[in-house]
Design a protein around this ligand. Sequence first.
Ligand code: GTP
Ligand code: MG
Length: 424
Amino acid sequence: MFIDYVKVKIKAGDGGHGMISFRREKYVDKGGPSGGDGGKGGNVYFIADSGLNTLLDLTFTRKIVAQNGENGAGKKCYGKNGDDLYFKVPLGTVVTEEKSKKMLANFTISGQKELIAKGGRGGRGNTHFKTSVNQVPKVAENGAKGEEFNVIVELKVLADVGLVGKPSVGKSSFLTNVSQARPEIADYPFTTLNPHLGLVKVNMDESFVIADLPGLIEDAHNGKGLGIKFLKHIERCKVLLHIIDITSPDPFNDFLIINKELGSYNLDLLKRPMVIAINKIDMINLKDATLDKLIAKFDKKYQVFPISTFTNKGISNLINALMNIVKEEKEESLKITIDDTKIFKFDAEEEIGFNIMNDRLGHFIIRGTRVEKLYQMTNISTDEGLLYLTTTLRKMGVETALRKAGVKNGDTVVLCDFEFIYTD
Ligand SMILES: Nc1nc2c(ncn2[C@@H]2O[C@H](COP(=O)(O)OP(=O)(O)OP(=O)(O)O)[C@@H](O)[C@H]2O)c(=O)[nH]1
Ligand SMILES: [Mg+2]
């Protein structure tokens, strides 16, 4: 089954919690803090594998979860880091975060590895909180949450040349003739139901990739035939090879119809270099004027190649012409620019401050990535942990901001699921 669109949940590992513990040694009078740090949560990576050509594996997965970091332990023992998780995707895969629609990765090279979701940092153990005034800190951090979001994974076939045309014009026959690919060929429409790729070796050093696509018919953009959903696969083809069938009642009109469908999908497709192949010329008498008349209709606007996939006539000329155009087309022109500003980066979030809002009940709500992360990472089950939270919030300017916002003694202040009564 060919799958080119999947929505998956991604969850990087959470960081392990830092430990609160103290040394207990026979001859040491007061053992110092010895709580180790929590391990880092595992990252989720996608990696491009040229051996794959569908997103089928992902449809079975639905949720990709990397391992959490282990909690820190006594005797300054660090928690083990969560294992990173690698998921293989085919070349041409584009990964987008569902909510923001930001592109996270675009796989164009075999072996390309991209970080999709980052694991949370491990919480620091109480050894880090020892100060000259507090030799026995009963405070440690919780691990940070790993990034979690839905992604849309789309496969947009990467090829140099995309084959377009009505059903049964001989697209798959052409691919079979010029490459090792063996798509199904038959004399009924819509034989090809999925895109197929083939490598055309022009000579020792030169080659290009062809994508054979399902045939199009009039009104495909309204869902007729197989519709135009496969056209996304030619968005990233540098050159279009438009195949028409000379035995059709009106081959030139076929050409116009297909172009209209291409334009309805994306006008840019019509700006792509397009080469015309008039196929099945073994079926006509080359002495009569049928072929010349048809070629004349293109009015020299396109390079037109009469061919036969049966007799090989015209094929090598066409291949050489395609190779030349592919070479001319600059790689950069079609490469999708990857947005470097990846989302949910904890490092970037460190810059974000906080806001104070009032809810309907007159509670003061503190919101902001930094403060919320501080809360999540503080183990408030000990008094000292709680004190650490409140003093750090104060240092961050939260108290001043609360006062500015009009907080009075006895008011309720809320931070995430933590509620407390404000006292001066
Ligand atoms: N006479 C002749 N028949 C051809 C030639 N090329 C292809 N055919 C025949 O045309 C029919 C359709 O060929 P396909 O290659 O399956 O056509 P397609 O464009 O891939 O069709 P869809 O996958 O349905 O869109 C088959 O019966 C082929 O044998 C040719 O050069 N000459
Ligand atoms: Mg076909």
